[in-house]
Write a protein that binds this ligand. Structure first.
Ligand code: SF4
Ligand code: SF4
Ligand code: SF4
Length: 264
């Protein structure tokens, strides 16, 4: 068992810690590391590109496979172009949805206030873009010089720590929140287990994950939200063709219901 944990840690150490989920593992690098140790192909990390696929093949003594392609061009170091997110701040409505979506807590701001991204911390993972209701987050090329190997290792360690801290914070908030979270909940059990195996990441304490009452309430709220969103979309479409005072009032009412359900 400990051999398996140590292998997963070695694999995880080679992964970029962007936590983007592009490898098909929604909860980030550690679940992919575990799956690789269990036999999954080791070429699926998109931001890692060919250098990470090669390093994993060498570690695992497996055949080298071509890395999963990125939509971005390849940089000098063989990895895809590094990107950064920026918020068009004059368009931001301060809804805070991007904050819990960011795995490394690179966004600051509070309710109804403009938000901003701490450029040095942003990995360009894109996870903050879909939840933004006004589509005011852009991706731009990172123009900083490429990191040396030791700087990269330091950066990865820092991102790993920030992700564990993020998971712990979201886990605590989960119990008190009124509506469903914007991003699907992270499966914290694996991270909690690994947090006890390493001194270099914060410990994750699990809250009562199987509180049935909360789960039922969440499921109901999610269904209700989906219904309201569908109605809103229909009304917006109709109103874009022809203005109608009753429909406009109904739309406002639905938007308020949506905000209330989301706990704003
Ligand atoms: S950085 Fe690579 S391993 Fe980590 S979540 Fe993204 S694609 Fe998966
Ligand atoms: S700010 Fe957005 S793109 Fe940057 S790390 Fe956070 S979620 Fe990813
Ligand atoms: S999700 Fe968009 S509108 Fe909401 S706070 Fe973030 S950047 Fe601003």
């Amino acid at each position: 068992m400990n051999t398996q944990i140590s292998l997963i840690q070695k694999i995880d150490a080679l992964l970029p810690q962007t936590q983007c989920g592009l490898c098909g593992h929604r909860d980030g690098c550690l679940p992919y590391a575990k799956s690789i140790a269990e036999g999954e192909e080791a070429n699926k990390c998109v931001p890692g590109g060919q250098p990470v696929a090669d390093a994993l093949a060498a570690l695992l003594n497996r055949a080298v496979l071509p890395a999963e392609a990125s939509i971005w061009p390849v940089q000098q170091d063989g990895r895809p172009q590094r990107m950064k997110a920026v918020i068009r701040e004059d368009e931001c409505i301060g809804c805070t949805k991007c904050i819990s979506a960011c795995p490394v807590d690179a966004i600051i701001g509070s309710g109804k206030l403009m938000h901003t991204i701490l450029t040095d911390l942003c990995t360009g993972c894109e996870l903050c873009i879909p939840p933004c209701p006004v589509d005011c987050i852009d991706l731009i090329e990172d123009v900083q010089p490429l990191p040396t190997e030791s700087l990269r290792a330091q950066e990865q360690q820092d991102l790993r720590q920030r992700y564990y801290a993020h998971i712990q914070r979201e886990e605590k908030r989960r119990i008190n929140r009124k509506g469903p979270v914007v991003r699907a909940e992270i499966n914290t059990t694996l991270f909690a287990r690994f947090s006890t195996q390493s001194d270099s990441v914060p410990n994750i304490e699990l809250t009562e994950k199987t509180d049935r009452k909360n789960l039922v309430q969440d499921a109901k709220a999610t269904i209700e939200l989906a219904k309201i969103r569908t109605q809103i979309k229909k009304l917006e479409k109709q109103l874009s063709v022809r203005e109608d005072a009753n429909k406009r009032a109904l739309l406002e009412d639905l938007n308020q219901q949506l905000n209330a359900l989301q706990g704003e």
